[in-house]
Structures are given as C-alpha cells and as structure tokens.
Design a binder for this molecule. Structure first.
Ligand code: PLP
Ligand code: ZN
Length: 429
C-alpha cells in the first residue's frame, strides 16, 4: 500500500483524487502528491528502512506507489564514496560522490521511472511513454520490458548513439523527432490527451518526480542519518533538485535525522522547510542551456525559456517545468546556481575520471566543473561536508570525449613498443 491521499495543485491548492493527472484544470498549475504523514510517522523507522530491499523501494512508505510488487530493476542504493583525490585537487577534505551512474540503465532516471511505471501498472495502463532528453528513454524502455508492457519513447533526433542504442535495445517503439526536447515535450503533451498511455513525465509526472526524493534519503542514510552542508546537483527541468530538498525536509519533519526532533508538516506540507535542514543546494547547468541559472542570477522568480545549444544534451531543456520551484529552493537553502562554460564540461568529465576512476556523461562533467568553481570561490569551505551528485554514465556520451583516445600504435614486437614509447616520452629519438 502507499500512504497518499490524493493530488494537490501547487499554485491554488485545489485537491484532486490520485489519478493520472498532472495539471490543475482550474489554474493550470502543476499537481503534487499529498501524503498522509501522520500515518507514515507512526510506521516509519530507521530499522524498517534498513530491513527493506536494496533499492529505492526501501523508502516505499514515502513513495506514491505500492512497494509490494513494484516494477523494479533495482534502481537506487548506489554508492556514496569519499572522494579523497578529487577533494585534494579542489582543497575539500570532506567531499563525497553519490555515484548514480551505476543504476541499471546507467542514470538516476531509473529512480523516477521505477516509481512512475509501478504507478502506471497500478492504474491499469498497458503502455508506457515519455518525452526524453535521452536517459529517460533508456529507463522507460528498460522498465517496460521488465513490466511486460509496450512503450513509445520520443527523443530529439540529435542524441548521442549511446542513448539511442541504450533505449532501442529493450525493444520500445523509438520515435525520433525532428526538433528540440521542448518541441518533443509539446508533441507528447498533445498525444497524452489523445492516447490511453502513461507518459511517465507528463500525465504521470506527480508520481514520477517523487522518485528523485530517494536521492536525498539515500545520502542521509549513507551519512548515518545526517545531511551534508552542501550538495551540487545538475538540473534540466529542475525536478530532481527540488525533490532532493523535499526528501531532506521530510526526513527532518519525521524525526529521522540524527538529533532532530520530529515536527509537524504545517498547512502547506509540500513546501515545508524544517529549520534543522541547513544544506545549501547548489545547481549546475551548462552555459548553452542555463535558463534557471540566469533567472536566479537576475533575481527573477520566473524562468525565460531559451533555445538549447549545449554538449550536455541530457540537460537540454529550454523551458524547465520546475524552474520556478527550483529557484525557491535555491533561495530558501542559501544555495547558488552555476552556468558552466561549454569547454569545461569535458574537462569536468576528465577530472572525475582521472582522480576517482568514475566515468560520467556530460551532465556529470557539468556538475564536477560547477563543484570546482564553488571550491575555488570559497562557497564550499575546506572542512565542510559536500556531496556531488553524478547522475549519468560516460559510456552513453563517448562522442564528447573521443579526443582522449591517443594510443601508442605498434607492431607486435618489443622493438616496435620501445620505439613508440621513446617517441612518446621524448627520449632516444
Ligand atoms: C534528466 C537528467 C538530469 C536532470 O533532471 P531534472 O529532474 O529534469 O532536472 C540530470 N542528469 C542526468 C544524467 C539526467 O539524465
Ligand atoms: Zn490550481
């Protein structure tokens, strides 16, 4: 079972039943899941969580779908590791990497899709669909295969081969659209009104987005139920950014953080900020698509859409659905937002690979480069505890880094090897 009582409009507060709905028909505001926190607080405990499955479903009491028989390819429960080498390079003594690139379909999207597809099956849908910047397509196709349902995944035509193949291999109907993600998304919104399909990030969006809260829960659990001083998070729609914050605050309100008293959720439960949550939320976008960063930097509460032109295609959303809520979180948490210059995206990928042995995709390059500039500016102090979220896998964006390939090309003889080596290191030549 799940402890949800319905949906609620984030703008006008109107309540709706828990159905496949994402927009308020009164004010067009986005809908969000409402939980019965009073009941949750009676059942939830550290023991109950730690005796749960080694996946996001250990937090099922705080998810909007039933964890009894979920559509599960074991999303989540990914490593949090101390980054000594990268930390040393950046002057940070307490730096951790949340490595979500090792999820089953190689990005954090498995968390949100496991929740959305479980809910879709619960609603009786026999077809899953999505509008994707790449990783979502892979994850929806994978979870559809696991659930034994059909899927239609819509992607912009210009994605990396790793993402196209990484989705197609699971057997979905792959639809390549001549347009940007924002155009794909507009098309899919129209389709969602006309086809009886569960579009995970459209009509299922309120349930889907909640899956990202597990990125907050897991980090807290892995730090022995403490929160970091800083987190650095890549953003496209801004949903993950807001949900990690929500996850931290839920843990505080439920009394699940070390040394923090439980407290009530207040009248508008979904925007509560518990005073014990002092984590600064830092957002990273690539300069070629940084509408949320620009709005925050200009002190605007609203986001002006842009036309993306970035190497970080998984973050290429020009009109971010959760932009205004992400700005609120930036302000509430005392965080910052960084637009990473395009050439520094690949540098970030290489820096992480060379220091920590983790190969991330372009979104991770954006995040690591943003972290670097936060360390250099002093926004993160040397002894503060910082967590950087690495959300996708480098094998999906090989094109971005093919310049690293520069082998010694030799004949199968010792003489040839030594000749080539000498030439490379500049001796004996
Ligand atoms: C989708 C995606 C994001 C951004 O997620 P939002 O919730 O839309 O902000 C970040 N990193 C990777 C690798 C992604 O695929
Ligand atoms: Zn409304």
């Amino acid at each position: 079972m799940s402890f949800i009582s319905g949906l609620k409009c984030r703008e006008c507060g109107r309540e709706f039943p828990a159905e496949p709905l994402n927009v308020c028909d009164f004010c067009f505001g986005p809908l969000e899941v409402v939980y019965d926190y009073a009941t949750i607080s009676e059942v939830i405990s550290h023991d109950r969580i730690s005796s749960g499955p080694l996946s996001i479903w250990r937090y099922q009491d705080l998810l909007p779908a039933s964890g009894e028989d979920p559509v599960d390819i074991m999303a989540g429960f990914t490593p949090l590791m101390k980054a000594r080498n990268l930390g040393k390079r950046l002057g940070l003594n307490n730096l951790y990497i949340k490595n979500d690139s090792v999820n089953p379909s190689f990005s954090f999207k498995d968390r949100v899709v496991s929740v959305a597809s479980t809910k879709a099956v619960e609603f009786g849908f026999d077809t899953l669909a999505c509008a994707s910047t790449g990783n979502l397509a892979c994850s929806v196709a994978a979870h559809s295969a696991r659930a034994g349902v059909r899927s239609y995944v819509f992607i912009p035509w210009d994605l990396e081969t790793g993402k196209i193949v990484g989705a197609a291999v699971y057997g979905p109907t792959l639809v390549s659209v001549e347009g940007t993600y924002d155009e794909v998304n507009r098309l899919c919104s129209e389709l969602a009104d006309n086809y009886p399909w569960a579009f995970v990030n459209i009509n299922m969006r309120p349930y889907y987005a909640e899956g990202s809260k597990t990125l907050g829960y897991e980090v807290a659990e892995q730090l022995d139920w403490r929160l970091p001083d800083h987190v650095v998070i890549p953003s496209a729609s801004g949903a993950m950014f807001t949900k990690i914050w929500k996850g931290f605050n839920e843990l505080a309100c439920l009394g699940l953080l070390d040394g923090v008293e439980a407290s009530s959720f207040g009248p508008d439960q979904n925007t509560v900020h518990h005073p014990a949550v002092t984590t600064r939320m830092h957002m990273a976008q690539a300069e070629g698509c940084s509408p949320i960063v620009s709005a925050w930097a200009n002190g605007q509460a609203h986001v002006l859409p842009v036309r993306p032109n970035t190497i970080a295609k998984s973050l290429a959303i020009g009109n971010p659905a959760d932009g205004i809520y992400a700005i609120r979180v930036l302000n509430e948490s005392g965080g910052t937002a960084t637009a990473v210059p395009e050439p520094e995206v690949v540098e970030g990928i290489k820096l992480l690979a060379e220091t920590e042995g983790i190969f991330t995709e372009t979104a991770g390059g954006v995040t690591v480069s943003a972290l670097k500039s936060l360390a250099e500016s002093g926004a993160i102090q040397p002894d503060e505890l910082a967590v950087v979220y690495i959300t996708g896998n480098g094998l999906k964006t090989l094109e971005a880094v093919d310049s690293v390939v520069n082998p010694l090309s030799i004949k199968p003889t010792m003489r040839s090897f030594e000749g080539a080596l000498n030439e490379r290191i500049g001796v004996g030549g």
